[in-house]
Design a protein around this ligand. Sequence first.
Ligand SMILES: [Zn+2]
Length: 407
Amino acid sequence: MSTDFASASVVLGIRARTIVPLAGEEPARGARLFAPLKKIDNGVLVVRDGLVEDVLPWSSARLPAGSVVRDVGPVCLAPSCVNAHTHLELSHLAGKTLWGQGFVPWLRSLLPLLGKEPERAPVQEACADMASTGTLAVGNITGSLPGGTRLVHACCREVGLAADQFCEWFGFGPLPPGEHVLWPPRCRAAVEDDPSLAAVSAPAGHALYSTGAQILANARRECARRGRVFSFHLAESPEETQMLVNGSGPLRELYEGKVLPPDWAAPGLRPLAHAVSLGLLGPGTLAVHGVHLDAQEVEVLAASGAALCLCPRSNRNLGVGLAPVRELMESGCLLCLGTDGLTSNRDLDVRREALWLRETLDLPPEALVRMLTVNGAAALNRRGSGVGRLQPGSPAAFCVLPEGLTY
Ligand SMILES: [Zn+2]
């Protein structure tokens, strides 16, 4: 939850049974994910002007006269979370797509619902839910619906979410010449009209099977040039692999004559290899899903320096499989978590992704808490902002860790 004292000038002490501040923690890869986390029992988070002033044991806190103390009780506080992948503008489509039958039946149920402008109230509600469950920073895919980018940007700001807007290129062109290749058509006017939106926007790609190779490569290059994160869906479903390797299967059939140009030819490569061939991986790239990676591909992804956002409940809901999470953790890949959107998940509480991995794979909470916080901040290139840590100068925003992730 974000504190509601951001504008107060008094010192505020937030006292809790345990605080896990992650102060000074760097993004964690490989064995460092599993290192013990420093915790402060009977701790207090000292806040002034919306920023953390200190985190320390209650017994050694010396709060100035006039300070306000709020005891939040027998809970474990951690820095607010990073939800590195969602689709806020599709929030009004919650409950309207087909789950559990695999990727293509889900996509077939989603496509007829796209086209109209998104509805404001469901986006507002989704943003408010994220903020109230302890998310501060968000990587949001936008550009799926007309008018979506402006709406999502406004709704994120209303509740204080620090949201990066990944403006998604979809389709194979042809592209207009010159600078206009930067922003996809659905986002272009919104980004160009609003400097506050431009400051948090980056061109992005949908996926290797749905966006032209040159468009993807161009978007990645522009992101690198501008110091922005480049994000795209990678290796989400077996159908994606089949289409890229053989040019066959239900995904090819679904897109034939609609999305694919007549001369489209399969690259003959698995998703990871195709992404490498286009120069899409490397520091500054945030790939999403990574469900269908073999052992060698996990190593290649880790060595590239790209981050990977896991969305395990979305993958489970659609029935596309489970990413090789342990192998990815051990590989040294920079891992973070995302919920995906409400067309493939029941809520946007990213803590529940961590909890699900804890319960399903018995992963240690230390690794999952780091993925929720410092790693997510690094994946969204927000390391310098204090997001993901409770330390002097960082935003005074925290989450309550759910049972199962606590100490
Ligand atoms: Zn997605």
